[in-house]
Design a protein around this ligand. Sequence first.
Ligand code: ADP
Ligand code: MG
Length: 355
Amino acid sequence: MKRLFGMLFAVMVACLCAACGAPPEPYTKTAVIMDTVVTIEAEDGEREQAVDEGMAYLQKIDALASQNAGSDLELLRLSAGNGQWVAISPEVFEMLEMSQEWAKKTDGAFDVTVGPVVWLWGIGTEYAKVPSEAELAEARSHVGWQKLELDKSATSARLTEAGMRIHLGAIAKGYAIDGLCAIFKKHGVKNGLVSLGGSSMYAFGKSPKRKPWRIGIRHPRSDDAKEYLAVAPLTDAALSSSGDYERYFEQDGVRYHHIFDPVTGRPADTGVLGVTVIATGGHAGTLTDILTTTLFVMGEEKGKAFLKTCGADASALFIMQEGDTFHFCAATSGDAPAMQDVLTDVAESAQWEAE
Ligand code: ADP
Ligand code: MG
């Protein structure tokens, strides 16, 4: 009898430990890839394999989407206008396909052929400068998604005019997030977090505290990247942010940033400081990345109207400023929840705009 009680006690203790015991340490790695600090964290499943494979995958996408000698994009640029088709890696081809789909939908507000303009301004490099009108007109004349042709059956592409070039900066991180989702799934990781520079993120399941992950919406005018205007508690969702605070320089009191209106060839100037988009489901990483850039270029009014009809399920937040106050304007499409119902911990300096 005494022995039976002893066994029962041991079983009870084991059950209690399983129910309330400390979760295993997360497996985390951080590195500089895609020109930013990336972190991959996995809580369960084959954690080590998932994180290590994820890091290798990011290196691969970084190289594929680069403009380095021998890269797809560089070969495309060198053969622009000569009529030749260039064989493209499946990953870059997929990014180009999605870019073209959204270029069409957004009437060119999202356009990866904006490359000549990105190059001319050089924002984020030591060569950054305000170009002359003549330089701008020249660069602008080589922008246009209709002049990028894709051949799906041969996985190849061509640019129809000399002087054209592609820049995948607005989509590559989001695309990589979707790839990381597939890697996590393959290794049975249900809980974890990936952050590509804080501007493209994906929250898997729950945090080690067994609660939704708390993702901060960055204060667009604070030097401290960890100062937030609000928090998005997320589970199995992608979040992307685009803002005039990510890469910019100032000259004569004007801020020149890295998100361009392809029509003017200048940094989009609609009074929006930042846009954040949240989405769930397949391709959520790519979708949110494309949408933040798009909505930033369109501005609040046009962006809100576009979102309603774009066919995606996404929650968007536009951040504007008036004096010391930040204005939050929400827009939603499809079945996605309203941003007002998502965000918590809204800073005192921020105010929701009336609908
Ligand atoms: P970040 O890379 O800081 O997260 P975005 O996702 O908004 O920010 O992407 C900005 C990058 O996208 C720029 O560096 C540029 O390469 C590219 N880009 C700028 N304007 C456009 C546009 N209208 N359409 C497509 N790509 C753009
Ligand atoms: Mg983007």
